[in-house]
Design a protein around this ligand. Structure first.
Ligand code: ADP
Ligand code: ZN
Ligand code: ZN
Length: 749
């Protein structure tokens, strides 16, 4: 047996592995990430390396392959653990090893610490004086100048000293070598979640209610008796899941272990973070995408140094190198933002479950609307299901009304709001309560077309309809940013009747202002949240009571807790139902159920309106009844019938190139291999019967950012079949010269 080993972690070498022979008897002690000693280079000097993967075939002449010398004993260092995870990610999601390693840890040269050095005079007075005398006699002017300056000041900043005394670093080094000065370096790591003691004066701890106590007890009892599991906490909106996380983590931290808490970036508000700070003070840190690389690196160092116990952040916080990870919590585990859009296209939830297994940690997935994957596993007993069926302080769930917009039109109402919704908004304005109006905008929404001939304005680079932006009268492509002036007439038929068929947030705001001139409105979308703290600012204004109505895309209804909101409305619920994705129904249900959860969280009861042209769609009706289980059963029927995940597993392979011709030739070669059952893709046993293959065919978006795209979907009952087929494709494309310039990306759906 052979092992592929990575030596040295400089970013240039991350993709380079070296093959070594595994001496007999050593296999059982080797695993990805484990640290070994190997002979390396000309002089065969001993170097440390990390095992990445194993193979049975030698890549070069076996006579030239050297043996692994030995295994480093003792606790595996954090780097080794991270490399083990990177190796697993490479295997599951594809991409190069280097990209995977860079995803899980900061690589040596990518982050250079700004070091602050200070020169301090040695406390040995006689020595210093003697040295100064000798240097004066030798007429060593630079050394005398520097030493006298340091003596006079006691301590001196390194850079200032060099500039003001006009000396080189060599002079500093000489004084240091002679022992008359010390060079002290203090690298400071800022805590972005710095805790202000004065914050907590008026705080009192909320006690757990009985249902919460049961959840906490279950996990903590397991934990303290050494049982490590994956728990799915299914708790309705407002059931107090956060308090459960805090109590559980408290017990874990008290046992000397650490915790990682993942929350969607959008919910990473001060509101959430301060709940953790109230309990864990300075031992909590946060990470977010607005931080610089250096700041994020600092947080990893603080974790590795044992300065913190709890790390809160979006998916990248998962890779915090804690010494003794005890628990991972993933709040709103159904959120799409846990999936990376860049290679490797990993899902933080799946990586977390794997990681928890490796590090002997527990993991709690929490949601009011669990992903079908997680609920399926919980029902099958793979995860342990915990539930909170009621809201924490006994509030009732909001009343939800489905508004049939076809009937509104028939009744002569041409507004974008139903008559009942308008009355409800009016009532809130009079009562001084707040309203949220949102559109579940995804992908193709807001496009401009000609009402006379049907011509749709598309981006020349992306083949995607563009969105109209009223503030600068431009058509903008949201994928690549391409802009053009809004034309006055249709370029095809010359008709002046060109307009957006579906409303955007701006139009909704205008309608609201016209219908309710007394209302103070706030809008939250890409245009109003561009700054560094963009959406935090809008949310803070709304939560501070500075507006009556908040209008926005789905991001306004995710995870926030505004007690004065008693009315929530989905203006066009259908917009997310027809996106051509097998998860569209699930996402629509989740969004509507979560949105309903924003209403009536305080002392006053809430209401929700769902406006639609398809009032019978079950994603709508179950959301209106707050019936997750009902939705789950119905949707699983569909998934089962179609062999979609979570019943089967699915792999997506994308093939990209700027040259359509070249791509087409490569795809033709692949199609041939796929169609012939005896072809290359099916050698070595596994027949096509194990997997279902769709494509390769043109992607739904054929051209994006000037690249052409083909896609292939592979479904398999067993995950091994999918992984096996992935390896075959990797082998096929690496051996077919037609693919030498084609980018191949894998994705799990
Ligand atoms: P979830 O995340 O489950 O939607 P949160 O954790 O945001 O719910 O809690 C909802 C609200 O209920 C918060 O304002 C929280 O302070 C409050 N809450 C939580 N637990 C309790 C409790 N045991 N008693 C009273 N209020 C509680
Ligand atoms: Zn036209
Ligand atoms: Zn574009």
């Amino acid at each position: 047996m052979y092992a592929d080993i990575i030596i040295g972690l400089s970013s240039r070498q991350l993709d380079k592995t070296f093959q070594y022979r595994v001496p007999a008897g050593m296999e059982k002690d080797l695993y990805p990430g484990c640290v070994v000693n190997v002979p390396f280079g000309r002089g065969a000097r001993q170097e440390k390396g990390y095992v990445v993967s194993f193979s049975h075939e030698p890549a070069i002449d076996p006579a030239l392959i050297k043996d692994i010398s030995g295994i480093e004993l003792g606790k595996m260092p954090a780097q080794g653990r991270m490399i083990g995870i990177a190796a697993w990610m490479r295997d599951r999601y594809g991409g190069t090893l280097g990209r995977c390693i860079k995803t899980v840890m900061p690589v040596n040269e990518s982050v250079r610490k700004k070091e602050k050095k200070t020169l301090v005079v040695s406390p040995e007075k006689e020595k210093v004086e003697g040295y100064l005398e000798r240097m004066k006699k030798k007429n060593a002017k630079a050394r005398v100048r520097l030493l006298e300056a340091v003596i006079a000041a006691g301590s001196l900043d390194y850079d200032t000293a060099r500039k003001e005394c006009g000396i080189t670093s060599k002079t500093v080094a000489e004084l240091e070598m002679s022992g008359v000065i010390n060079v002290e370096s203090n690298i400071s790591f800022r805590n972005p979640a710095a805790y202000k003691k004065s914050d907590d004066k008026h705080l009192h701890r909320i006690g757990l209610n009985a249902a919460q106590q049961k959840v906490v007890d279950t996990v903590v009892t397991d934990f303290s008796s050494g049982i490590r599991l994956t728990y799915l906490l299914h708790g309705v909106t407002g059931s107090g899941k956060t308090l459960c996380y805090i109590e559980i983590i408290d017990a874990v931290v008290k046992s000397g272990k650490q915790a990682i808490v993942l929350i969607p970036e959008i919910a990473l508000t001060m509101q959430t973070v301060s709940r953790f700070r109230e309990r864990f003070g300075d031992r909590v840190s946060i990470m977010n995408s607005r931080m610089s690389k250096g700041e994020r690196h600092d947080q990893f160092i603080r974790a590795a140094n044992g300065d913190i116990d709890v790390m809160i952040g979006p998916r990248s916080a998962l890779f915090t190198p804690f010494d003794e990870l005890g628990i991972i919590v993933i709040d709103e585990e159904h959120e799409e933002s846990y999936k990376s859009e860049n290679v490797p296209k990993y899902h933080a939830r799946d990586v977390a479950v794997y990681m928890a297994g490796k590090e002997n940690a527990s993991i709690v997935l929490g949601s009011a609307t669990p992903s079908l994957e997680s609920y399926y596993r919980a029902i099958n007993g793979e995860y342990r299901l915990l539930s909170l069926k009621d809201r924490a302080a006994g509030q009732s769930m909001p009343e939800v009304y489905i508004e049939d917009m076809r009937q509104e039109l028939r009744a002569g109402n041409k507004q974008i709001f139903s008559r009942k919704l308008m009355t409800a908004i009016k009532k809130r304005l009079q009562a001084g309560e707040q309203t949220m109006l949102f559109i579940n905008k995804r992908g193709f929404a807001g496009f401009i077309s000609c009402r006379s001939c049907g011509h749709v304005f598309k981006c020349p680079h992306c083949d995607i309809s563009k969105t109209y932006h009223k503030n600068n009268n431009k058509l903008i492509c949201h994928y690549c940013g391409h802009e053009e002036e809004m034309p006055g007439v249709c370029p095809v038929c010359g008709s002046p009747y060109i307009a957006s068929l579906r409303a955007g947030t701006q139009q909704i705001e205008e309608k609201v202002k016209k219908l309710f001139p007394e209302a103070v409105t706030l809008r939250m979308d890409r245009d109003t949240t561009s700054g560094k703290e963009g959406h935090t600012k809008v949310l803070a204004e709304f939560s501070g009571g500075n507006a009556d109505i908040l209008i926005g895309t789905q991001m306004i209804v995710k995870g926030h807790d505004f007690p004065n909101v008693t009315l929530v409305a989905a203006i066009m619920a259908d917009m997310s139902l027809n996106t051509g994705d097998y998860k569209a129904t699930e996402r629509t249900f989740q969004l509507l159920a979560q949105a309903a959860g924003r209403a009536g969280r305080g002392s006053k009861p809430g209401e929700m309106f769902i406006q639609t042209y398809m009032p019978e769609a079950y994603s709508l009706t179950y959301a209106a009844k707050h019936d997750y289980e009902g939705f789950y059963r119905e949707e699983m029927g569909f998934r089962r019938m179609m062999c979609y995940p979570p019943v089967w597993n699915m792999l997506i392979v994308q093939f990209l190139n700027r040259d359509a011709e070249m791509l087409k030739k490569a795809i033709d070669s692949l199609s041939l291999a796929v169609q012939s059952p005896k072809g290359v893709l099916f050698d070595g046993g596994s027949q096509a019967g194990d997997v279902q293959i769709l494509g390769p065919s043109k992607d739904g978006i054929y051209k994006l950012d000037d690249e052409y795209r083909f896609v292939m979907y592979i479904k398999g009952e067993k995950d091994e079949d999918i992984s096996g087929f992935k390896k075959k494709i990797e082998k096929f494309v690496s051996s077919d010269p037609l693919f030498s310039q084609i980018i191949v990306q894998f994705d799990r759906a």
